[in-house]
Structures are given as structure tokens and as C-alpha cells.
Design a binder for this molecule. Structure first.
Ligand code: UDP
Ligand code: MG
Length: 140
């Protein structure tokens, strides 16, 4: 019953997709345990995406993720990590399954609308990156 981190990236916020994305989370039976609207600084973004440092897309990714506000979400429920990744779809929207968020809304491999933690370890550190313990609803 681990929580995972979701981010609605600046393209999703700009295109007014926040409500639709949250509806998918609710409709899937996942549980919203925390939510904030934030503008990431360059330092925040570089730290959050540190694992991608040195890759060719790192600098443009930092530019993109700081280009406007994001919505950060704590998503819980049974198998939340895998189920949120399934709702998102593959990184490259051209390869994402039909009816996934990225397949339906992403415009490129970079501007792909949403982020989701990729495993239990990253879920823990990524949730803690944005949320204090007392900003997350306790598990029932
Ligand atoms: N990204 C990119 N080009 C790539 C791979 C990734 O611009 O070739 C961006 C994209 O926004 C992606 C983020 O970097 O969501 C993090 O990459 P990762 O491989 O962790 O993909 P994710 O876990 O988001 O599916
Ligand atoms: Mg990733």
C-alpha cells in the first residue's frame, strides 16, 4: 500500500488538463493523499532529476519542468506505483498504449504531461522531496 509521487507537468497545467488527470486517478480507485501547486526553481529541478544528469535531454528537461507551475500529487492505494505508471503510459507517447494519459495528451517524449515514480525506492524519496509527513493523509 505504498504511496507514489505524481506530477502534472507544466504542459498539463497550461493545457488545463489537471481536472481530467485527477479524474483518471479517482476513477481508477487510487487515493489522493496529498496535492500542491508549485513553481519549481532550477535548483529544485536539477536535484529532482539528478539521476538524468549528463544525459542529452537533461538541460532541456530542467528548462521544461521549470517553464510554469506543476501539480504534485501523493497517490496511494493498492499497487499505486505500478497502477499510476500504467495510467500514464510509456515515456514516448508514440509508444504508449491507447487510452493512457501520455498517448492521449503528450506532444513529445519530453512534453509528456505527467511524471510517476518508477519503483518503491524512488517513490519514497520523491514523495519526501515535495511533502512533509504532516502534509500527507495517513493510510486508513
Ligand atoms: N525525457 C526526454 N527525452 C528522453 C527521455 C526522457 O525528454 O529521451 C524526459 C521526459 O519528460 C521524461 C523525463 O525526461 O518523462 C524523465 O525520463 P524517464 O526516462 O525517467 O521517463 P519517465 O519515468 O518519466 O517515463
Ligand atoms: Mg522516470
Amino acid at each position: 500500500m505504498a504511496n507514489t509521487l505524481g506530477i502534472i507537468k507544466p504542459d498539463g497545467v497550461r493545457r488545463k488538463l489537471v481536472g481530467r488527470i485527477i479524474a483518471r486517478i479517482e476513477n481508477a480507485g487510487l487515493i489522493l493523499r496529498g496535492m500542491k501547486v508549485l513553481q519549481l526553481s532550477r535548483e529544485d529541478a536539477e536535484r529532482f532529476y539528478a539521476i538524468h544528469e549528463g544525459k542529452p535531454f537533461f538541460k532541456p528537461l530542467v528548462e521544461f519542468i521549470t517553464s510554469g507551475p506543476v501539480v504534485v500529487l501523493v497517490i496511494g492505494g493498492h499497487r499505486s506505483i505500478e497502477r499510476w505508471r500504467d495510467l500514464m503510459g510509456a515515456t514516448d507517447p508514440a509508444r504508449a498504449k491507447y487510452h493512457t494519459i501520455r498517448r492521449e495528451y503528450a506532444t513529445s517524449i519530453m512534453q509528456n504531461i505527467v511524471h510517476g515514480s518508477d519503483g518503491p525506492e524512488t517513490a519514497g524519496t520523491e514523495v519526501a522531496f515535495f511533502f512533509q509527513e504532516d502534509e500527507i493523509l495517513p493510510k486508513e
